[in-house]
Write a protein that binds this ligand. Structure first.
Ligand code: NAD
Length: 356
C-alpha cells in the first residue's frame, strides 16, 4: 500500500529523532511491501526563522493532504522571548485546531528491561506496566467560556467546563475501539458526584458501551483515579477522560515509566488521520550531538501504522524490535544504567532496523 506522511522535524533534537524514524519506516516498507512517501514541512522555531510564522499555511495545507503527520518537537531558548502568539509552541495548538485532532492517545508502557526506572515498588508493578490514556483534546474547560467579572468578593475570574453529547460520544468510541485492540477494559474518569458535565459524560459513555459488549467498563472519580494510578496501576487498561483530567493523569501515568525518551503519543481526528509525536520536548541541551533517544518517535511511528494505516503486524514488528534492542542491553544516555552499553541516536536507530 501507498501512504503519504508529512514530516515536521522541528527544532532541537527533532531532526535527529525524525531521521531515524524515517529510516525505520523505510525498512518496514521494504519488508512488508508498502511505500511511505515523506514530505518535510516547517513548524516551530525553524519556521519562524525561515518564514516569520511558527505554523506557515503551506505546512497546514500539506498536512491536510497527507494520510498522517510525524512530528519531532518544537521550541528552544532562541525563541523564548517572542510574544505568545509568535512562539514555536503556538504551532502545536494551531495544528490541533486546523487538523481537528480531538483525541490524544498516550500509552504509558514500562518496558521490562527498563523496569528499574519505575519509581514504584517492584511488588506493585510486577514485570511491566501497560496503560493507555485517551484524553479529549479540543473541548472542556480549556476551550469553554471564560472571563473576568465582579462578584461577591470583588474581581473574579471564571472558566467553564462544557461537553456536548457528540464530543463525549466520539472520544468514548476512540477509547472503546482502542480497548478492543488491547485488554478490553475501559475506565472512564470523571467527577460525576459534583459536576453536571461529568454526569452527562458518564451517561454518554454508558450508551456507547452498549456497542462494545466485549469491553468491561467501569467509572472512577478523578481523585480516586490519581490515587489508584500509584496504588494499583495494573488494574488499568484504557483510561478515557476529559481534556483537563487527561492532561494531569497522562503526565502522572507517564511518570510511572520513569523515562521521557521512550514515550510516544498519537492525536487523532475523525476518520483515520492522526498526528504522531514523542511526549518529550526538543531537548536543546543535546540537539545535534547524536545523544537523543529516538525510541519515543519510533514508537510513535508504530502507533501511526496501527491507528492511521491499520497495519497492526507492522506496528508490532517495530515494538518487538525496540524491546529486543533493550533486552540486548543497548541504551542511549537518558536510559543508561550500570553494566549496559551506551550508544548514540544513529546507532540505536540502526540496531532497531537490524532487528526488523
Ligand atoms: P524536554 O522534554 O525537551 O527535555 C527535558 C529533559 O529531558 C532534558 O534534559 C532533555 O535533554 C531530556 N530529554 C528529552 N527528550 C529526550 C530524548 N529523546 N533523549 C534524551 N534525552 C531527552 O523539556 P524542556 O527542557 O522542558 O523543553 C525544551 C524545549 O522543548 C522548550 O522550548 C519547550 O517549550 C519545548 N517542548 C516542546 C514540546 C513539543 O514539541 N511537543 C513538548 C514539551 C516541550
Amino acid at each position: 500500500m501507498n501512504f503519504n506522511i508529512a514530516t515536521i522535524p522541528g527544532d532541537g533534537i527533532g531532526p535527529d529523532i525524525v531521521e531515524q524514524t524515517i529510516l525505520v519506516l523505510d525498512k518496514i516498507g521494504e519488508k512488508y511491501g508498502h511505500r511511505f512517501n515523506f514530505t518535510e514541512v516547517l513548524a516551530g522555531g525553524v519556521a519562524i526563522d525561515k518564514t516569520g510564522e511558527p505554523l506557515p499555511q503551506e505546512t497546514i495545507d500539506i498536512c491536510k493532504k497527507s494520510d498522517a503527520v510525524l512530528l519531532g518537537a518544537v521550541g528552544g531558548p532562541k525563541w523564548d522571548n517572542l510574544p505568545g502568539d509568535k512562539r514555536p509552541e503556538k504551532a502545536l495548538l494551531g495544528l490541533r485546531g486546523e487538523l481537528g485532532l480531538f483525541a490524544n492517545l498516550r500509552p504509558a508502557l514500562l518496558h521490562k528491561p527498563l523496569k528499574d526506572a519505575c519509581p514504584l515498588k517492584a511488588e506493585i508493578i510486577g514485570d511491566s506496566l501497560d496503560i493507555l490514556v485517551v484524553r479529549e483534546l479540543t473541548g472542556g474547560i480549556y476551550f469553554g467560556e471564560r472571563g473576568r467579572r465582579t462578584g461577591k468578593y470583588g474581581e473574579e475570574a471564571y472558566d467553564t467546563e462544557t461537553y456536548s453529547v457528540k464530543e463525549v460520544e466520539r472520544i468514548a468510541r476512540v477509547g472503546f475501539e482502542a480497548a478492543m485492540k488491547r485488554n478490553k477494559k475501559v475506565t472512564s474518569v470523571d467527577k460525576a458526584n459534583i459536576l453536571e458535565s461529568s454526569r452527562l459524560w458518564r451517561a454518554v459513555v454508558e450508551e456507547v458501551a452498549k456497542d462494545y459488549p466485549q469491553v468491561e467498563l467501569n467509572h472512577m472519580y478523578v481523585d480516586n483515579a490519581a490515587m489508584q494510578l500509584i496504588r494499583n496501576p495494573k488494574q488499568f487498561d484504557v483510561i478515557v477522560t476529559s481534556n483537563m483530567f487527561g492532561d494531569i493523569l497522562s503526565d502522572e501515568a507517564s511518570m510511572l515509566t520513569g523515562s521521557i525518551g521512550m514515550l510516544p503519543s498519537a492525536s487523532l481526528a475523525e476518520g483515520s488521520f492522526g498526528l504522531y509525536e514523542p511526549i518529550h520536548g526538543s531537548a536543546p541541551d543535546i540537539a545535534g550531538q547524536n545523544k537523543a533517544n529516538p525510541i519515543a518517535t519510533i514508537l510513535s511511528a508504530a502507533m501511526m501504522l496501527r491507528y492511521s494505516f491499520g497495519l497492526e503486524e507492522e506496528a508490532q514488528a517495530i515494538e518487538n524490535a525496540v524491546t529486543k534492542v533493550l533486552e540486548q542491553g543497548y541504551r542511549t544516555g537518558d536510559i543508561m544504567s550500570e553494566g549496559m552499553k551506551l550508544v548514540g541516536t544513529k546507532e540505536i536507530g540502526q540496531l532497531i532496523i537490524n532487528e526488523l
